[in-house]
Design a binder for this molecule. Structure first.
Ligand code: EPU
Length: 424
């Protein structure tokens, strides 16, 4: 029996209850491995694949053969026994996170496919080690060395799932770099993600916090994601409703926190997608381009210029983007603040509440550009905390708490960190 993981080029030949071949295109290569599935979680994987529910679809032998032949025509050894995944000890994490604070993983392993993820889960459970999943490392602050196993998701591959001339659905491995993926979609003429250009991080992390910028959020284009269940290794496809997206929120940060490892995410895109230029700064950036000539690429380039002018480049100055969320207050709180601060940016929400700009509150509290030597508050966007070099997680966290206390003191508004705190 032959199956395909829906929306991907990954195909499988199931030869019996405890044996299958796994063929995965990785970039321009195809890796085919024989899996002897005598133990959990691989046995569970066969049960998943033969079940009529879930993300697997039956295919004909010749379809499996196409992928397998691609492997042999590329001169690769077609079938190789899968090598065992071996975690490394004491691996520095600073280079793998954008904040760049010093910390190391007690154990570290990289997953290039779903099987690697399952093996890592098995390793962590049999060695009684806690698990920390790392994507692009762009939205976390490490407070200390991470105990247990750090699993870095390096699953690659972009696939065209379906196309009807105008609309396309495209999926990407969770380990793809977000910005590179956005550039790839624009190269293909697929619009929709241009406002989200240059956001640091990986594709797999994007739905976790429903990344957003310049009037667009991931949920506006999200189709589905596949995730491995940490408890039993099973694979589940989540639709938009199940992800329960909110402002920088999803079910993966709330009720289902730490229960799933996201391995692939798919998006609905469009060839002539309407451009979204409502966010003031974009319109200003594009003034010189006649409205009828504007393309998704122009919007992307405008977003890149705006971001580069305000946000520090993590490859130069360590940071994790906005450290805090923009807070929401009741209409009456907003009204009384506006009496004292008539220029305060405020954004009424459908719920009746009012969203405030954390960057403005922090700037007014006197923190913009404040430096404490190794770290500080960015001088062009007060919402971003930076590591000038050599800061520890504890130092950055102390600064965050001081900022929060002073905003609470001046405005009576509670700020909430947007960045994930690891090991706090
Ligand atoms: N503002 C200040 N001082 C500052 C920063 C901002 O007065 O230091 C004011 C601005 O003048 C403006 C308002 O605050 O009136 C909003 O500022 P901006 O448009 O820069 O956006 P933001 O609310 O500060 C959010 C996202 C960013 C995203 C931008 C653009 C959050 C937590 N942050 O910032 O996302 O790039 O909008 O869409 O929602 C990220 O999540 O890492 C991130 C950078």
């Amino acid at each position: 029996m032959y199956v395909r993981l829906k929306g991907t080029g990954q195909v499988y030949a199931i030869e019996g209850p405890t044996r299958f071949w796994d063929c995965q295109p990785i970039g321009s290569r195809v890796r085919c491995t024989e899996v002897i599935a005598q133990t959990w979680p691989e046995k569970q994987r066969i049960l998943d694949m033969v079940s009529d529910e879930g993300p697997w679809e039956r295919i004909e032998a010749h379809e499996f053969g196409k992928t397998a032949r691609a492997a042999s025509s590329l001169g690769m050894e077609l079938f190789t026994q899968r090598t065992e995944l071996t975690p490394k000890k004491s691996v520095p994490l600073a280079p793998l996170t954008t904040f760049g604070v010093k910390a190391s993983a007690q154990w570290f392993v990289e997953a290039c496919d779903v099987s690697d993820v399952r093996e890592a889960l098995t390793w962590a459970s049999t060695h009684s080690q806690p698990l920390t999943v790392l994507g692009g490392g762009s939205n976390m602050l490490l407070h200390q060395d991470v105990e247990g196993l750090v699993l870095r998701i390096a699953i690659k591959g972009v696939e065209l799932v379906q196309e009807d001339g105008e609309h396309v659905q495209v999926s990407a491995g969770a380990g793809e770099v977000w910005h590179d993926f956005v550039m790839h979609t624009l190269d293909q003429g697929w619009g929709g993600l241009e406002n989200l250009s240059l956001i640091p991080g990986s594709v797999g992390a994007s739905p976790m916090q429903n990344i957003g910028a310049y009037g667009v959020e991931i949920k506006d284009h999200f189709a589905w994601l596949d995730a491995v269940n940490v408890a039993d290794g099973s694979l589940k496809r989540f639709g938009p409703e199940e992800c329960d997206f909110g402002y920088r929120e999803s079910v993966f940060k709330r009720g289902q926190k730490d229960r799933w490892v996201i391995v692939r995410v798919a998006f609905n895109l469009q060839r002539n997608a309407p451009l979204r230029m409502g966010y003031g700064a974009i319109e200003q950036e594009l003034q010189h381009v006649p409205v009828s000539d504007r393309t998704a690429r122009d919007v992307s380039e405008a977003v890149i210029r705006i971001r580069q002018s305000k946000l520090p480049d993590p490859s130069v100055v360590g940071n994790a983007g906005s450290f805090f969320k923009n807070p929401t207050v009741s209409a009456s709180v907003a009204e009384s603040l506006l009496v004292t601060y008539p220029d305060m940016p405020h954004f009424p929400q459908l719920s009746g509440d009012v969203k405030l700009a954390a960057g403005w509150l922090i700037e007014q509290a006197g923190w913009k550009g404040v430096s404490r030597g190794t770290h500080g508050v960015h001088d062009k966007q007060a919402l971003v905390l930076v590591n000038h070099g050599g800061a520890t997680g504890a130092e950055v966290w102390q600064l965050a708490q001081d900022v929060m206390a002073s905003v609470a003191d001046k405005f009576g508004v509670h700020l909430e960190p947007e960045v994930n705190q690891i090991g706090l």
